[in-house]
Design a protein around this ligand. Structure first.
Ligand SMILES: [Mg+2]
Length: 217
């Protein structure tokens, strides 16, 4: 069976941090709520929006804040977001090596595909799995399992930038490669159980060859 590698999107494949932080600042300021510093906001990236806003606003305001964020963010989707250096090259390399590639993101599937298309990465992936209405978000492994199933093959590893990605990978039975160019911090990612913590994706192909060795005969 073809080995499948699952990637998180924001903070892993694309540098969307400033676009995301700007949307949070815009929505919170517009609602007259205090804006936490960037370090706190960063630590919540990757959680469902409603969970983040529940930490910042009274419960009755969460639904409107979440909707306002989606409106603001989706209207600008991808305008300030770019793939991290070397990402297209690494993805091309993995495809050439015979890996199936999938995305598992906390974004909905539609916006995730739109963003990947706008930054020129969509064509690398066999399947893009968002956390759609009613699905549990990472660290629940559901979105990762669906990503593997959609790509068709045997899941071997997940690449992500947050402890939620690492936990979801673990729960789905995949090895975890964590990058530190996104929202997560090296110590936390290692503590969460990442098999490899690296500043970027440079070491990914060699690491995957070792991890997937037992799947490729
Ligand atoms: Mg991420």
């Amino acid at each position: 069976m073809r080995p499948v590698v699952v990637f998180d999107l924001d903070g892993t494949l694309v540098d969307s941090l400033e676009e995301i932080l700007a949307s949070f600042r815009f929505v919170l300021t517009g609602a007259g709520l205090p804006v936490p510093d960037d370090a706190r906001l960063r630590s919540w990236i990757g959680l469902p929006l409603a969970e983040t806003f529940a930490r910042l606003a009274p419960p009755e305001a969460v639904a409107e804040l979440t909707a306002a964020y989606r409106r603001h963010y989706l209207a600008r989707l991808g305008h300030r977001t770019r793939p991290y250096p070397g990402v297209p090259e690494r993805l091309a390399e993995l495809r050439a090596a015979g890996f199936g590639l999938a995305v598992a993101t906390t974004k909905r599937s539609g916006p995730a595909k739109t963003l990947l298309e706008r930054v020129g990465l969509l064509g690398f992936f066999d399947h893009v799995q968002g956390t759609d209405e009613g699905m549990p978000a990472k660290p629940d492994p559901e979105v990762v399992r669906r990503a593997v199933a959609g790509a068709g093959g045997a899941g071997v590893a997940m690449v992500g930038d947050t402890v939620h990605d690492v936990a979801a990978a673990r729960a789905a039975g995949l090895a975890a490669y964590a990058v530190t160019w996104g929202a997560g911090r090296a110590e936390a990612l290692a503590a969460a159980g990442a098999d490899r913590v690296a500043p970027d994706l440079e070491a990914l192909p060699d690491w995957l060859a070792a991890v997937a060795g037992r799947f490729i005969v």
